[in-house]
Design a protein around this ligand. Structure first.
Ligand code: FAD
Length: 457
């Protein structure tokens, strides 16, 4: 019998497990190890507040690419009038994933096992596959294949260079850590570092907790744009043929997107979102065509611009956020943090504006909302650190995730494929660029399950 261990039961790990178990292969044992309390929801859909909505409409959130309404049918048991264009609560999506995984585990009780534990190390036992998996509880077991579905790594610490923040209780280093915002008191001034989707969620959460004022600081001061109302699927545009005909440069891609967006808005009453959505299915291809230097150029100059257009938020979340701004409860600042000083009465953060000006913001609490970091060599996590230290995993050339081959198998520090060790989830960003949202991850999870079952048997 072959054994597969799946590390992490968020969307990616759960869906790999579901696809593997659905094969009903009596010779394949699947062990899913998850450190959080629940199996299925993961970081994004687990410990969330009622105000946190999906940022993708329900009609695009099915766990199965072949059955687009699958999530919608589940959601309608709770909200009979839910439509494909609705942005439903993230908590409902967490329940959906938990329900799917449980059902598959029940149906495969003979060959499946869930372990509520933390994988601390995975050692290669030979050149041709085979791993010894060690858990925090002290248990060990052998596996023929392993899937790293450990999700987004915690964010980098933007205050590390100022020292002294590490032990500071008024500094929340990771907005998604369990209970991260529980210390926020009514009337407090809260400073958020970052102004993307995480900052938007955190602003709504700390406002609900009675925060007195919120300052949002980021390099550009840009916030995510909203989906259009009503939510419509992207309408066809000529963007795919045009962009594929462009020389592969970051600037060329940008020009093509801009010009096509202007044209379809002017001539066909369409929307720039049709153009951004129009390249989604070919994004991995467009990304792969870019030489390394062009990818670096894109990351340096265009990443934020891309993120605010591509990773949009529900319009209700955008309305609540702009409402805070309009009421004077939230201010948005563009610039770099130049100095941080913690005192008895709070923290003073000196901001260097993009125009060279300097200003001091005062707050009672600082929350790091800079979003996940990708480079495994910089992550403070026992498993990832051990895998990096042994040379089993290495960062990809761009430091966006883990180096893998075309099948998602890990490529080690010597450039060799590690047979039987797979990666699925956002750590595939460097290979595909689009590897964060459900519409892409569901396809990647299914493909990973196929490759894993070949490797384990
Ligand atoms: C706040 C937030 C909101 C999002 N909203 C949306 C959305 O609305 N729509 C959308 O399409 N995408 C959304 N995303 C993108 C999201 O990345 C994917 O949808 C998806 O949830 C990623 O799943 P994952 O399993 O790869 O990672 P995760 O959900 O992070 O799951 C990884 C799991 O691995 C576990 N784990 C890690 N290391 C170990 C270990 N050593 N041992 C045991 N367990 C371990 C963790 O506890 C975690 O449960 C959101 C992301 C975030 C962060």
């Amino acid at each position: 019998m072959g054994t597969v261990v799946i590390v992490g039961a968020g969307f990616s790990g759960s869906m790999v497990a579901i696809h593997l178990l659905a094969r009903r292969d009596p010779t394949l044992r699947v062990r899913v190890v998850e450190r959080a309390r629940r199996f299925g929801p993961g970081l994004a859909y687990g410990a969330v507040e009622p105000a946190h909505l999906l940022n993708v409409p329900a009609g695009n959130m099915s766990a199965f690419a072949s059955d687009p309404d699958h999530f919608l049918r589940f959601a309608r048991q709770r909200w009979p009038s839910a439509t494909a264009g609705d942005f439903l609560p993230r908590a409902t999506y967490g329940d959906y994933l938990e329900h799917l995984l449980r059902a598959e585990l029940r149906a495969s009780a003979e060959t499946a096992e869930c372990l509520a534990d933390d994988v601390e190390s995975i050692h290669r036992e030979g050149q041709h596959g085979g791993f010894l998996v060690s858990l925090r509880s002290g248990k060990h077991f052998d596996a023929d294949a392993a899937v790293l579905a450990t999700g987004n790594f915690p964010p980098a610490d933007p205050l590390a260079r100022f020292g002294a923040a590490l032990d500071e209780p008024r500094y929340v280093r990771d907005a998604w850590a369990p209970g991260a915002l529980s210390g926020v008191m009514p009337g407090e001034r809260v400073l958020l570092i970052g102004s993307g989707l995480t900052a938007l969620d955190v602003a709504l959460s700390v406002h609900a907790r009675g925060a007195g004022h919120i300052d949002c600081v980021s390099r550009h001061g840009w916030t995510p744009l909203a989906h259009r109302v009503p939510t419509l699927p992207s309408r066809a545009t000529p963007v795919q043929e045009r962009i594929l005909a462009m020389p592969p440069t970051a600037r060329g891609y940008l020009r093509c997107l801009r010009e096509t967006a202007k044209e379809v808005e002017r001539d066909h009453g369409q929307d720039w979102r049709d153009v951004v959505g129009g390249i989604r299915s070919i994004t991995p291809r467009l990304w792969a065509r870019l030489p390394l230097a062009e990818k670096q150029r894109f990351l340096r100059h265009l990443r934020t611009l891309w993120d605010v257009h591509r990773h949009r938020c529900a319009h209700t979340a955008a309305t609540s956020f702009t409402g805070l701004f309009a009421q004077g409860l939230l201010d948005l600042h563009a610039g770099r943090i130049a100095a941080v000083s913690w005192g008895r009465d709070g923290v003073e953060v000196t901001l260097q504006g993009r125009d060279g000006s300097s200003r001091v913001l005062r707050a009672d609490r600082v929350v790091n909302c800079t979003g996940p970091q990708g480079n495994p060599a910089r992550v403070d996590d026992p498993l990832i650190t051990a895998l990096v230290a042994s040379g089993t995993i290495v960062p990809d050339d761009l430091g966006l995730g883990i180096a893998v081959d075309a099948d998602g198998r890990v490529v080690d520090g010597s450039g060799n494929v590690v047979q039987g060790l797979f990666v699925v989830g956002p750590a595939l960003r460097a290979r595909d660029w689009e590897a964060t949202a459900v519409p892409e991850l569901r396809v990647l999870a299914e493909r990973t399950a196929e490759a894993v079952s070949r490797a384990a048997c």
